[in-house]
Design a protein around this ligand. Sequence first.
Ligand SMILES: Cc1ncc(COP(=O)(O)O)c(C=O)c1O
Length: 455
Amino acid sequence: MSLPPYKIKSVEPINLISKEQRIKKIEAALLNVFGLEADDIYIDLLTDSGTGAMSQKQWAGIMEGDETYAGSRSFKRMKKAIRDILGFEYVLPCHQGRGAEQVLDKLLIKKAQIVPGNAHFDTTKAHIENRGGIAIDCTISKGFEPKIEHPFKGNLDLEKLEKVLKDNKNNIAYILITITCNTIGGQPVSLENIKKVSKIAKKYKKLLFFDGARFAENAYFIKKREKGCQNKTIKEIVKKMMDCADGMLMSAKKDAITNIGGFIALRDKELYKKLVPLDILMEGFPTYGGMSGRDMEALAIGIYEGIDAKFLHYYIENQVGYLGKELSKQGIPIIKPVGGHAVFIDVKRFLPHIPQSQFPGQALCCEIYIEGGIRAVEIGTLLAGRNLETGENIFPKLEMVRLCIPRRVYGKDHLDYVNKIITQVWKRRKTIKGLKFLYEAPILRHFQSTFKRIS
Ligand SMILES: Cc1ncc(COP(=O)(O)O)c(C=O)c1O
């Protein structure tokens, strides 16, 4: 048993409104949980992004935030921390992960160029497509089998990757490995796989980047599951992972436990020099890039706290893993093994009577909210969007609802309550109906589309 490596110093009240009110609220939000407001929600499992609780050290650091436009001390400290942990020499700050994606893609992606990777995150794919590029998913097939307990489901299929590179030699923008892989259940990538992808990237002379929002969790899984890594520290494993890549994009709102922020970290000075004007154009001067000085301080401190082995163990095993185990005990189908930052419900087995064309994951999110004021998020057909050429809905192999656990925020009683509420929904699952669009948003449609129930 591992104990929480922190105690609570500051509390934020939360309130559970009545079931009648919850029904009214979700109807007023036109069955999209993104339309709910903070005061309507008791437990918010929408995302782990920017929702973690900062430490006393981070809050103290915030008071030292240097808001100098050019040459901020806080940027210097942030760069030093990133260099120390990730080993990349050059750092471009960005306001969050998608800011980093926008800046990098503007330089590296030309029309019809390909970015092979493992189940690209939604904003990542949207930015690639926004530049006229194509994201090709090379994740191993086991990554899409919800019941298979593979230790590294985020791995890339090396044969598939090599075929994509061989067939499109002159048309590859870069290779991207997402660690951990959010879109298929917060699943890690092994160090062995990262090394092999790096070798292939070198063979074809292609740049390799990490989408490293949850790089520390990935290192934790490597330490726990990969042969020969048990005696290494998280920092040592992170270094080994990073040594394989040319750079990393990070949404710092996850494993660096900040409320906002991100960056591009790079090895190559020439690439850095080419990206600086774009950072200035789209994010801000390269010593703040869309972040305030205080946020850069919080990042500089949070990135160390994010790689703390005791914290990672407690978060991944005693919070995320605990909730997964409790739900499984009730017979609720979830993606196995449980991911790093969230438990993912396997919606095809939860609601087999609702076809993917009727957005069963979205319907389930609405029911979970009505049942107990808990907000979860759909990671399925709604999020997958449409095929750009045919305009048809993409029906992903995994239809999921994500219960994302913010870092250092909720306690065991909250998680037990989540288990109880989802069990109650599970018991009445056959009464749940599918949805159809009232309005379909044109880009990243899950955020803004609205729905009505199919009677
Ligand atoms: C794997 C991954 N990449 C990129 C992003 C985008 O980051 P942001 O939300 O900070 O723009 C996210 C956000 O959830 C993510 O999970």
